[in-house]
Ligand binder design. Structure first.
Ligand code: PLP
Length: 217
């Protein structure tokens, strides 16, 4: 199946309110355009330089989601155009995004990434750090970022029970955050291997790469 068919199939599986983010890392411009032509507008990238080059060379109405680990010294390159940064893992990073957003006279939307998986390789703040941020109302210090919710990744495993538990942990952290910040509206969780389960557990944004574009090298 091709990119357009893959996307159309996924759209039939997921309620319309859930945002499908087509994760296009390592994929060429033509693949992104093939998805774009089906009406896809939300794309996710993991690397700053790659996202900048793609944004410069593709239609301006694409909504770019940054989903990879973000270094503070690189925020300035994506600040002019990024739609949503999913991978905020510290207040220091949030402060830098706030500063660069102010320079661009923008308000940048962000999610706080929490680490709930078993693997060390996955990034994000611990649930304890998140709770501390909430208890201190630390998000109130920033006027040029708008934090809209939580992002998380499950462990890479065939054990769907474990994945489900991790998704439920993400959702419960979201609920807890929403008590302090009632405007929170987004839970970004679910990838190619687990997006149906993620949606069943309450995800509002799924980040799907290989099921749309094929496997990556
Ligand atoms: C690569 C990546 C995805 C997409 O992964 P697939 O398994 O190809 O769907 C989603 N989220 C993050 C954070 C990623 O790095």
């Amino acid at each position: 199946m091709g990119i357009a068919e893959n996307l159309k199939k996924i759209r039939t599986e997921i309620p319309g309110e859930v945002c499908i983010i087509a994760v296009s890392k390592f994929k060429p411009l033509d693949d992104i355009l093939a998805a774009y032509q089906t009406g896809q507008r939300d794309f996710g990238e993991n690397y700053v330089q790659e996202m900048v080059i793609k944004a410069e060379n593709l239609p301006q109405d694409i909504r770019w989601h940054f989903i990879g680990h973000l270094q503070r010294n690189k925020v300035k390159y994506i600040a002019p155009f990024v739609t949503l940064i999913h991978s905020v893992d510290s207040l220091k990073l949030l402060a830098e995004i706030d500063k660069q957003a102010a320079k661009q006279q923008r308000k940048i939307e962000c999610l706080l990434q929490v680490h709930v998986a078993d693997e060390e390789t996955k990034t994000g703040m611990s649930p304890e750090e998140l709770v501390e941020i909430l208890e201190n109302k630390a998000l109130d210090d920033f006027s040029n970022v708008k934090v809209k919710g939580i992002m998380g990744m499950s462990t890479f495993t065939d054990d769907l029970n474990q994945v489900k538990k991790e998704f439920e942990t993400i959702v419960s952290l979201f609920e807890r955050a929403k008590q302090v910040y009632p405007d929170f509206s987004e839970i970004s969780m679910g990838m190619s291997g687990d997006y149906l389960l993620a949606v069943a557990c309450g995800s509002t944004m799924v980040r799907i790469g290989s099921t749309i574009f094929g496997t990556r090298k």
